[in-house]
Design a protein around this ligand. Structure first.
Ligand code: GUN
Length: 280
């Protein structure tokens, strides 16, 4: 029987641990504040942003909401970032992505003070992660590492295959697995014979962005599968990048969708907010 890795439960544990830490910090007179910036009204982004604000409220972190018009200029958004950088009350700054096409995302990310970059997207934080120094780590990959560790799944020496090479998930995911002493392969849309690569994986992390893409033909028997995708299938049911029903009898452990990686992203964001107040 496959182990179902319960991201909902593990993220709740993490949030409860953080809630206690935040309460202690409050007793010492330290408040934590996250600025949440959303440009436009993309419904998916609104759901994510609301969930982040709800998590803040649960843990005891103050959130400041900036809901900006789709038509805001890059310059105006940069000015807000500089203001938040200089605001001593603000510990963390989160700019929900994607941004409208007339605003260059990298320009905005680069403008955030790395010490307030709770998403871990700033090049300074990415560089720190690369060389194993302290800094903010991108929340989804950090959440995957926590899922594995808290499920007593060892990483050292394992063959890990990450499918996807995005700056937010694939690249940092590979580096974090490497940091944990795994042997890591990054596969992507140009990889030749993907099945041959994925069948080597003891741990397969799937971030391809295609619903139910991974079937049992891609797996070694007993593999551990981490599904980063979230989509709606033909019946409007949530599903991942992995065809859960196809693989469930082949895997030794798997993250479900929903209730796997998703809740961990927010828990790790909250963790980064607490770290931001401790001025790492
Ligand atoms: N859009 C999709 N995922 C993320 C995330 O982790 N952080 C931000 N800021 N935007 C996102």
């Amino acid at each position: 029987m496959a182990q179902i890795i319960d991201g909902k439960m593990i993220s709740q544990q993490i949030k409860d641990e953080l809630k206690e830490r935040v309460a202690k910090l409050k007793e010492e007179g330290k408040e934590i504040t996250l600025a949440v910036v959303q440009v436009g009204k993309d419904p998916a982004s609104s759901v994510y942003v609301n969930n982040k604000k709800k998590a803040c409220a649960y843990i005891g972190i103050n959130s400041l909401s900036y809901e900006l018009e789709e038509t805001i200029t890059e310059k105006e958004l940069l000015e807000l970032i500089y203001e938040l950088n200089d605001n001593p009350v603000v510990n963390g700054i989160l700019v929900q992505l994607p941004l409208p096409s007339h605003i260059k995302e990298d320009k905005i990310i680069n403008a955030i003070n790395p010490k307030k970059d709770v998403d871990g997207f700033h090049p300074q934080n990415v560089g720190s992660m690369c060389i194993g120094e302290r800094g903010f780590v991108s929340c989804t990959p950090a959440g995957v590492i926590q899922l594995l560790k808290r499920s007593n799944i060892s990483i050292a020496g394992k063959e890990c295959v990450v499918i996807g090479r995005s700056n937010i998930v694939g690249k940092p995911m590979s580096l974090l697995l490497l940091q944990e002493d795994a042997t890591v392969t990054i596969a992507h849309s140009k990889t030749k014979d993907l099945k041959e690569v994925t069948k080597r994986a003891d741990i397969l992390v799937v971030a391809v962005g295609k619903p139910k893409f991974i079937t049992k033909d891609y797996l070694k028997k007993g593999a551990i599968v981490i599904d980063v995708g979230i989509h709606r299938d033909e019946n409007n049911k949530l599903c991942g990048d992995v065809d859960y029903d196809s693989v469930i009898d082949e895997v030794s452990a798997i993250t479900p969708v929903p209730g796997g990686v998703g809740p961990m992203t927010i828990a790790m964001l909250m963790n980064n907010c607490v770290e931001s107040a401790l001025n790492i």
